[in-house]
Design a protein around this ligand. Structure first.
Ligand code: HEC
Ligand code: HEC
Length: 342
């Protein structure tokens, strides 16, 4: 009988601790989302989740024509607006990737920079151009960098079809679940430089089987597109791409790779493993974007892991490429009052 009050006391204490924890988490999240003007929103795991997006592949026969056209452009990009498009005038992307190699499940996968709900987030300020950019500008950002290609005309049928597709997958999204689809789940950025040997070990153990010994990937049978996309080399994203930043790549990898084994809410790699392997895949040669010096006209807004200069700080190129990043983040916070997460 004496035990009951003791248990109750313990219970009350635990409950109180929980409330305090939840409270500080709430305040933390509030200030975090307030300061953070970029992609990453609230940690996905703290958001309510009931709604599920439509399955584009299952809906192909019932989609409006324009939406269907958009679907093929993002899912078989290489064929409809890439290097192997029949009409040379249709060739805009410069590698044989598909948009959906990075925006998984045809852009509907939470934790993989999904496009669900995206139209409402634009126009939006973008540091890379230092101006308010439209959804079309943002799509062209990936075409020029992730796809190493050339801009689609703003008002072209192709651009309009892609936007129509993004709008279609967003239909019915409840307001309170909006943030689930936004950006990547942040990682805790390790306070150390990338260790390329550790990255190589992770690569051999967890990635090589699909992406190949030389990171070259593997083509689909009878197609120029990839079953397993390349991670470096001439047919990969260029050095100006978001995926070429170690922090961004580590966030993508932790929540999505190894493929079909990891999701944002059930990752396989630790933050450190994702970080080292991200540095490893980005240590190899890849296409070089021209005019990268013009990116981020306001250099203070440049993400800390942008591996090309110029920067407005005294850190080396080596440190901007491989970290450690917390000292750079602390410098911008102290000097300019800017909170950086990538
Ligand atoms: C190599 C990987 C890769 C490929 C291929 C790729 N993207 Fe992206 N995309 C990214 C990354 C990484 C980001 C987020 C960048 C960041 O966090 O700064 C992104 C962001 C975006 C965004 C903004 C998302 C948001 O929530 O603000 C849009 C829109 C987009 N991509 C469209 C496309 C389209 C359309 C294609 C194909 C033409 C494409 N992407 C191909 C990696 C890729
Ligand atoms: C089981 C096979 C498999 C394994 C293992 C795997 N991947 Fe992938 N990876 C894929 C596939 C498939 C895609 C494209 C997804 C799609 O198109 O739906 C992909 C996409 C990617 C991309 C974005 C596209 C690109 O080419 O840049 C990166 C980066 C990536 N993987 C890194 C890794 C890393 C790092 C590992 C190891 C930690 C890994 N992957 C393990 C199959 C795999």
């Amino acid at each position: 009988m004496k035990e009951v009050p003791t248990i109750k006391r313990h219970f009350n204490k635990a409950f109180l601790i929980l409330i305090v924890l939840a409270g500080s988490l709430g305040i933390g999240l509030y200030t975090y989302s307030f300061k953070e003007a970029s992609l990453v929103a609230l940690p996905l795991a703290d958001l309510p989740r009931q709604w599920r997006p439509k399955d584009p592949i299952k809906s192909l026969s019932s989609m409006p024509e324009k939406v269907k056209k958009g679907y093929y452009l993002i899912a078989e990009t290489y064929q409809y607006m890439g290097p192997t498009a029949e009409d040379p005038n249709d060739r805009f992307t410069g590698n044989n990737l598909a948009c959906t190699n990075c925006h998984l499940k045809a852009g509907t996968q939470a934790g993989a920079s999904s496009w669900v709900g995206i139209i409402k987030r634009f126009p939006q300020f973008g540091g890379r151009a230092n101006k308010i950019g439209t959804i079309e500008d943002r799509i062209n950002g990936c075409i020029e960098r992730s796809m190493n290609g050339e801009k689609l005309p703003e008002n072209s049928d192709k651009m309009n079809a892609i936007v129509a597709y993004m709008d279609w997958i967003s239909q019915g999204l409840p307001e309170k679940e909006r943030n689930i689809y936004k950006g990547y789940q942040p990682i805790r950025i390790p306070d150390m430089a990338v260790d390329l040997d550790k990255g190589k070990q992770v690569f051999i153990k967890e990635c090589l089987v699909c992406h190949g010994e030389q990171g070259q990937g593997r083509k689909k049978p009878n197609s120029t597109g990839y079953l397993y996309p390349p991670l470096w080399g001439l047919d990969s994203y260029n050095n100006g791409a978001g995926m070429n930043r170690v922090i961004t790549a580590a966030e993508f990898i932790k929540s999505n790779m190894p493929y079909l084994q990891a999701t944002w809410d059930n990752p396989k790699l630790t933050d450190e493993e994702a970080y080292h392997v991200a540095g490893y895949i980005n240590s190899f040669p890849r296409p070089q974007k021209t005019n990268t010096a013009l990116d981020y006209p306001n250099k203070k807004l440049k993400p800390v892991s942008t591996p090309y200069g110029p920067w407005t700080d005294h850190f080396t190129k080596e440190q901007h490429t491989y970290g450690p990043f917390p000292p750079i983040i602390a410098y911008y916070n102290k000097t300019y009052g800017i909170t950086k997460t990538k």
